[in-house]
Design a protein around this ligand. Structure first.
Ligand code: GUN
Length: 294
């Protein structure tokens, strides 16, 4: 039987409705949650992500500020913008869209953001808190995955989750999130990466397989156990002259092949992507609540 298609758009909408209610509660306390997003340069994919983040803010009642920094600006200009936002008491969340131009150091930039406003959860203070289980702002993409799975009626506790990819944005925080106690985690976790020998031997053990590699259609049916839940984090642009945009989006999973063996699978687009934006809204509200000691 082909896999159940996990509907990321529907689950993201559910979360955004919950965020809307929380925004209303904050407004009653005269707190207006506000997210500042910084775009350096004009990378088309980054511009598109920022547009959807700003649209989601408008739809959930979160105020947004967009700051454009020229691609040839120096790193100090960007750090100065971050300092201003750190000081601005009306701003609760700060996000610098990655990747940055090569002449800017992502580590220095990420570490400049006040950890209390770090809605991406990339600051080492938040990374550390996540790893020891202290309440914190956690990265949006991996945070959305347990929500997506459990809200689709699939249990996670006790399952073997195999992650493919060890990035700071997805793979590493995903390990910490899945290992936590609680119904939306409590997994046995394996993390594979480009240095893993006999990769398919590991992925075939997965009850939950999370692909975050950045290679189009990398995961094929031979790498997946019958009935597994397959979560595709990849968003790869591949040339397609038949498409009006000249490209189409493809995940890290060969969807048509894997859906024949998986029990459940996320599509691209419409799976993990919308969840990342919804979790960013959730983190912005969480930051506003924490800053105001609620
Ligand atoms: N670029 C790709 N994913 C992300 C993300 O989650 N946050 C930021 N700031 N940049 C990204």
């Amino acid at each position: 039987m082909p896999a159940k298609i996990i509907d990321g758009k529907a689950v993201a909408l559910e979360i955004r409705e919950e965020v809307k209610l929380q925004v209303g509660e904050l407004r009653q306390r005269k707190i207006s949650p506000c997210l500042a997003v910084i775009l350096v340069g004009a990378n088309p994919a980054s511009k598109s992500y920022i547009r959807s983040k700003i649209r989601a803010c408008a739809e959930t009642g979160i105020k947004s500020i967009k700051i454009d920094v020229a691609s040839d600006a120096n790193e100090q200009d960007l750090l100065d913008e971050i300092d201003k936002l750190n000081r601005d008491t009306h701003v609760h969340g700060i996000l610098v869209q990655l990747p940055l131009p090569h002449h800017m150091n992502e580590e220095r930039v990420t570490q400049r953001i006040d950890p209390a406003k770090d809605v991406d959860g990339f600051h080492p203070e938040n990374v550390g808190k996540l790893s020891v289980g202290i309440d914190c702002l956690a990265p949006c993409t991996p945070s959305g995955i347990p929500e997506l799975i459990t809200r689709s009626g699939i249990s996670m506790s006790g399952k073997h989750a195999v992650i493919v990819g060890r990035s700071n944005i997805v793979g590493k925080p995903m390990m910490n999130i899945l290992m936590q106690k609680g119904e939306k985690a409590n997994c046995t976790v394996t993390c594979c990466h480009s240095g893993t020998d006999h990769l398919a031997n590991h992925t075939r053990q997965a009850d939950i397989l999370i692909a975050a590699i950045g290679v189009p259609k990398f995961v094929t049916s031979g790498m997946v156990k019958d009935g597994a839940t397959v979560i595709d984090v990849g968003i790869n642009r591949v040339d397609d002259l038949e498409h009006s945009l000249g490209y189409r989006l493809v995940g890290d999973v060969d969807f048509d092949d894997v859906k024949e063996v998986a029990g459940a699978i996320t599509p691209v687009p419409g799976g993990v992507g919308p969840m990342t934006v919804a979790m960013l809204m959730k983190n912005t509200v969480q930051a506003a609540r924490m800053i105001h000691h609620l």
